[in-house]
Design a protein around this ligand. Sequence first.
Ligand code: ATP
Ligand code: MG
Ligand code: MG
Ligand code: MG
Length: 468
Amino acid sequence: MASLNDIRSTFLDYFRRQGHAVVDSSPLVPRNDPTLMFTNSGMVQFKNVFTGLEHRPYNRATTSQKCVRAGGKHNDLDNVGYTARHHTFFEMLGNFSFGDYFKTEAIPFAWELLTKDFGIDKTRLLTTVYHTDDEAFEIWRKVGVPEDRIIRIATDDNFWRMGPTGPCGPCTEIFYDHGDHIWGGPPGSKDEDGDRFIEIWNVVFMQNEQFEDGTLRPLEMQSIDTGMGLERIGALLQGKHDNYDTDLMRGLIEASANVTDGAPDGPGKTHHRVIADHLRSTAFLIADGVMPSNEGRGYVLRRIMRRAMRHAHMLGAQDPVMFKLVPALVRAMGGHYTELKTAEALIAETLRLEETRFRTTLDRGLKLLDAELEKIADNTDLPGEAAFKLYDTYGFPLDLTQDALREKGRGVDTRGFEAAMAEQKAKARASWAGSGDTANQAIWFELAEKHGGSEFLGYDTETAEGQV
Ligand code: ATP
Ligand code: MG
Ligand code: MG
Ligand code: MG
């Protein structure tokens, strides 16, 4: 059986043979790009090449790009543990043309790799095109896809954007039908969110640029940007439906079970999946220089770490455990991503410290949560005040509370949460207004906004998202 590491190599080799330069993944923190919190796709490092601002010594490239989708336009944090196909950290395999080949080559490349080199059953594949893109429809037909398996989609699902601005364009996506024993409908149908038809590859025809004022202008050159999730194609090639059943993810899930309940497929299954996923995003983010903090990128990392820690707690872990999983991850992925090896000690130590710190309040916070739930009727949302107390006193990021409640089929009154937050900020301002020390006051507020209140737990839940 081909491992994920083998499949990555097969992909890169295929495109190398087609004249593509094999380029390293760029870091998860985009260079000089304030519009984006984390690298969320393969095209990010080539953004300025598509617009013509930057030139590279090649006009075809292929990469396996580290991606994190835990905020902003593409946010999969809440999907993790619940769908078969989403991670917060994943690897995106891609091939790129910078003003070189376009649709007529890009589609046959993808088809050949999938059906010949990877040997995937053609009759299980279907494709989508942007509703007005007759050209792409025609190319798929010529390649041999029956017309009733080429679906025209009018929504933004077939017009790819990295974020609010930047190069973008119509796209064509390739889906695999895992069979009618799994719930879900074909793309464009009302059940498309199910996991029966899984999107494996997105081929974007880069021909526009989106600007902040809403205008969409044509780019000077026509380019190609594609992205295929390694874990998704890996699942398929390993005869699995679920990304988490691939060799690599399975190894991490077993490692998680070994340090907790010993049962990877027992009642704690979802917890193990979340832990395995969040371990990867945490480790790769730290390796790329992000540290847990109370604002911006660091706060997203902290949220991911604390979520994982709550799941470990649910599995009965009494002491910090996340750091014990680092060696398994380094074994699995450190061969290709050597930065993991370099940062191994830092990753483990950061996890251990954060978990030690969070444990002092986690237990009490969860008890408070249960007590608050006792007070209210079934099926009602947790009052915002309570969620705010968990946040402010116990260091529970709002999304962690939401994640905990979701298991119980409940939600949070987020408006109430925001109101409680606003009230506390106003109170802090008012009490300082009395001191009359205006110069110091300005500095204090700046620091408070930046670092959070007395407990240093952070106010930046919204800013963290809003930046993207
Ligand atoms: P989906 O609709 O399943 O959420 P997407 O349309 O958001 O996927 P794209 O932005 O088109 O995904 O990204 C290109 C490819 O990257 C997808 O076709 C998929 O194979 C992979 N991918 C996207 N998001 C994830 C994720 N959260 N985890 C793993 N793989 C992903
Ligand atoms: Mg998505
Ligand atoms: Mg999609
Ligand atoms: Mg897509």
